[in-house]
Each structure stands twice: as structure tokens, then as C-alpha cells.
Design a protein. Structure first.
Length: 380
């Protein structure tokens, strides 16, 4: 795996601001602002996790929507939310993207992007029947799980898919072999499976789950069945693992952990769960308007991270607001280095660099002056 991960934490101080990522320049600026707080008061600080925010699959999916708008012109249609973040969806809508619930909501012959969470073969067939110009933004890691699901069924095994029943990723993977796939969300679901003990089975996991969350279910499955195989490699997304590891480190040091992420973001919700399981209070913050000042009462150290579909602009806003409450000293803690890049398909890459990570990150690090507040209306 190209991403290099390590559990040991380290502080990073940059002496060349021009070479810093946008948010780290912002943190240095914030940390050097004069403080007017009472020097006799307890030291208030923020520990900001790294890595956080956009993963490679999300960067690719967002860049594909923006590039499709350039190539084909608006409107272009996106089946479901391209990624699970209301802010990203709202700004892409303003650029000309139209988010719909089904491929049948797309005008015949129009351009239609499939979201990063993947779709079932039935959805692809429906798009073909409507002569849609399909652009597939499925995360390559999710596509790999689909491939493994097809292999499991080809080998004559029942697929036990560990995931959330209603999540789009689970729906897409299950759709590869709906009659041979059973979704399990909990250990109790494993106990309720109406299958003989000697049934040949295999398990796969939704990519955005918590490693700790799936461990107990996988253990129950291996105890329940005599003939069971797992995936050749771990199907939990590297970015989810890295962000969860960062949360564990924050939980050991902070009085409160705040995770920036939308309520329908599975990986963001799991980050909150990880902090709470470590014994530290944690809250999901979809945007800065949802920060409750009461959470900060008696809190000296706040840990901050963000889900894999969250732009840095929302983290900027949260840090500004925390500074108003006196938490204006910011430290960046790194628990992994991510250098994964996923290229866009050839139909969109003519004449551009598909791996321009810094350009996309910078573009999404600042809130436009006229950006609407709160959760944007979805256009059908």
C-alpha cells in the first residue's frame, strides 16, 4: 500500500510557509494571533489530527464531477451524492451538477456520474437502457470489493457482507449477487443466520467501517462456520484506518474530540464511535453552526479531525470558532503519511493532470463568500 502508516505520534513544525499545505499555513497563522485570554486560566489548545479530510477516492470523485462539467457543460447528473458531504454537494450543485436518487431520474442520453460508493449491475443495466453517457466515479477500493464479491459467488460460496444494510456501498456490493449475499451488521445478526454450520461461506466488509467494529463480527463468523474464507487483503479503506488511528491518539490526550463530517457519512460516524469507545466524549460537527459551546465547558484540550469526504474549508471554520472560545493554540499531530493517488478515467483526462492533488485541496480549503449556510437543498 503506498500510504505509509505509523502509530507513533510526532509534532511537525514548518519553517517554510510557502511549501505548506493550505490548512497548515492557516494553522500557523491562527496560532500566531495575539491571545487576549487570562494568563491565570488553564491552557486551552487544539490538537489537529493528520491525516484528515479528503482521501484519494474522494479527491478523484470530486475532480471527476468538476472535469465532467468542463468537458460536457452543465447540467451533468450524479446518481446519489457523489460523496457524503452536504457542503461538497451544495457547491457542486451551484456549478451545475444535478444530484438524483436514481438513474431513472436522469433524462435519456444525458451524462450521468455514478458516485464514489459504487453501484450494482442492475443500476448499470438501467443506465444502459436509457442510453446514458456513464462516467463511473466508484472508488477503486470499493470496485475491488465488488470484484472479490463476484469471485466469492463464482467459487460457490455464500457471501456474508459485513456492513450497514442501507448504506449505498453495501447496496452496490450486495447487488453483485443479491441471491447469494447476506448482510450482517452485528454479532447478533451472525447468531440469527439460518445456514448450516458446514455451509461454504466467505465474508467481505464495507470499506468505511471501524476495524474494531468489524473484528468482533468476523470473530463470531469464524466461530459460527467450519468452512469460511476471508478477503485476500483487508477491505477496510486505508484512509478510514488512518483516521481512526488518529482519533485513538487524540482520545488519549483530549478532553473532547470533535469530528467534522456529515450525518450520513459512515466513516465520520465511525470516528466519533472510536473516540467514545476509548472513553473520551466526542461529537460530530456537520458544520460550524452545529458546534455547541456547552460542549467546551471545563474542556482544556480539544482534539479535531474530519471524515474522508470533508473539505478543509469546514475545518477552517471550526478552528476559527474554537479560537473565539479561547482554544487558539493549535498543534498538528501526524500518525500516518498518505500519498495515494487514483487517476481519473481516460474519457476525462485529455490535456490535464489527473493527480493534481494540491490544486484540488487548495480549491476546497476556502469557503466562497457567497456560499449558502447550512445544509443545501438537493436538486432532483
Amino acid at each position: 500500500m503506498p500510504a505509509r502508516c505509523g502509530m507513533a505520534t510526532q509534532r511537525r513544525v514548518h519553517s517554510h510557509p510557502s511549501r505548506m499545505p493550505a490548512l497548515e499555513q492557516y494553522v500557523m497563522h491562527l496560532s500566531t494571533k495575539p491571545s487576549h485570554s487570562d494568563t491565570s486560566a488553564p491552557r486551552k489548545r487544539v490538537i489537529l489530527a493528520e491525516p484528515r479530510g479528503f482521501c484519494a477516492g474522494v479527491r478523484r470523485a470530486i475532480a471527476m464531477v468538476e472535469r465532467a462539467l468542463e468537458v460536457y457543460g452543465p447540467p451533468i447528473y450524479v446518481r446519489k451524492q457523489i460523496v457524503h458531504n452536504h457542503y461538497v454537494v451544495g457547491l457542486l450543485e451551484r456549478k451545475g451538477a444535478r444530484f438524483v436518487e436514481s438513474e431513472f431520474d436522469v433524462p435519456e442520453g444525458a451524462v450521468c456520474l455514478f458516485s464514489a460508493h459504487g453501484v450494482s449491475p442492475a443500476v448499470r443495466a438501467g443506465a444502459a437502457d436509457r442510453n446514458l453517457q456513464v462516467i463511473d466515479a466508484t472508488c477503486p477500493l470499493v470496485a475491488k470489493v465488488h470484484q472479490q464479491a463476484r469471485r466469492v459467488v463464482r467459487d460457490g460460496r455464500v457471501l456474508l457482507l459485513v456492513g450497514h444494510q442501507e448504506h449505498e456501498e453495501t447496496e452496490g456490493t450486495r447487488g453483485e449477487a443479491p441471491r447469494e449475499t447476506l448482510v450482517v451488521e452485528t454479532v447478533e445478526d451472525v447468531e440469527r443466520l439460518d445456514l448450516p454450520r458446514d455451509t461454504p461461506v466467505a465474508y467481505l466488509t464495507q470499506t468505511t467501517l471501524s476495524v474494531d467494529e468489524t473484528a468482533g463480527i468476523v470473530r463470531a463468523l469464524t466461530e459460527r462456520f467450519d468452512d469460511i474464507v476471508g478477503p485476500g487483503t483487508d477491505t477496510i479503506c486505508y484512509a478510514s484506518q488512518n483516521r481512526q488511528n488518529g482519533i485513538k491518539s487524540l482520545a488519549r490526550q483530549a478532553d473532547l474530540v470533535l469530528v467534522v463530517g456529515s450525518e450520513n457519512s459512515s466513516n465520520s460516524q465511525r470516528m466519533v464511535d472510536v473516540a467514545r469507545e476509548a472513553g473520551t466524549p466526542a461529537q460530530l460537527v456537520p458544520d460550524v453552526s452545529r458546534l455547541d459551546g456547552g460542549w467546551l465547558e471545563g474542556v482544556a484540550t480539544v482534539g479535531v479531525s474530519s471524515g474522508a469526504s470533508v473539505p478543509d474549508a469546514l475545518v477552517h471554520q471550526l478552528l476559527d470558532r474554537l479560537a473565539e472560545f479561547g482554544h487558539d493554540e493549535v498543534e498538528i499531530e501526524s500518525t500516518a503519511v498518505e500519498d495515494v493517488v487514483f487517476s481519473m478515467p481516460l474519457q476525462l483526462t485529455d490535456g490535464i493532470r489527473s493527480d493534481d492533488r494540491e490544486r484540488l485541496d487548495d480549491a476546497w480549503s476556502t469557503v466562497p463568500p457567497d456560499a449558502p449556510a447550512g445544509t443545501p437543498r438537493r436538486t432532483m
